[in-house]
Design a protein around this ligand. Sequence first.
Ligand code: ZN
Length: 313
Amino acid sequence: MTSLLPDPAAPVIVREVGLRDGLQAIARTMPTANKLDWLRGLHAAGLREIEVGSFVPARLLPQLADTAELVAAAKALPGLTTSVLVPNLKGAQAALDSGADAMLLPLSASHAHSLANLRRTPDEVVAEIGRMRALRDASGSRCLLEVGMSTAFGCTIQGAVEPDEVLRLLQAALDAGADRVGLADTVGYADPLQVRRLFERAFARVGDRLGCGHFHDTRGLGLANVFAAWEAGVRRFDACLGGLGGCPHAPGASGNVSTEDVAYLFASMGAPTGLDLEALLALRMRLAGWLDGEPLHGSIARAGLPKTMRMAA
Ligand code: ZN
């Protein structure tokens, strides 16, 4: 029997989303100066894709009100792709004005989640993608329009989410003008087999315009799901330093897969990420200081790097 494992030497991109996904889950507002240190520390540790904030109204998310300032600082860092989350057309305009390299629009595969969070059906959000694409093209900007399919593996409100509906919406998002799409396990419901199957079907449907896996470790399967998506062909993953992004309504629940653990996973298998693990762990200690009292998650920070590890870079 021939091995079905992917080529471990193929590079993997880790996109840090802690400055957005992590901080929006925390009630306190991190001072901009700390965010700038975090941003520059990530870049120094080898991160070349960073989501720095969200253009949502400041009254809804005061934690992210300094997003334009962060984009400006990120643009000064060489070789960095700066992305921002945008909830709607107004956010897209702000993203274009800021000069961000990519804007990410969440599209809920769960109708119930979409209505609860955005007060719009998924297909109404798809229509907004068309308007965002027209706005981007008219502006002459080369800002990438990425759609993140949230609740693609299940939903706390609706329960099961049908894979056929996820695939239909992926196709609809691309047809409406998205440059690329990704799948997100927003609430930590996915299991590795489900991840592998859905990504395989999604690749068969939309090809290499499927560009990202976003996993939460809510129930301890985060890294297993990253590995399953990698087996299916995903080479780009979102992660948060210190595993930030836990649900504020579930104390103790871990959040996004942690950047340092994802970096360790790929380094241990010999897959190049360009990330400096020692630098990431040092930065995580500084983050713990900036967020004093906030629980951080992840294993490698507790146990340390093994002596046997082949350091991939
Ligand atoms: Zn997340």
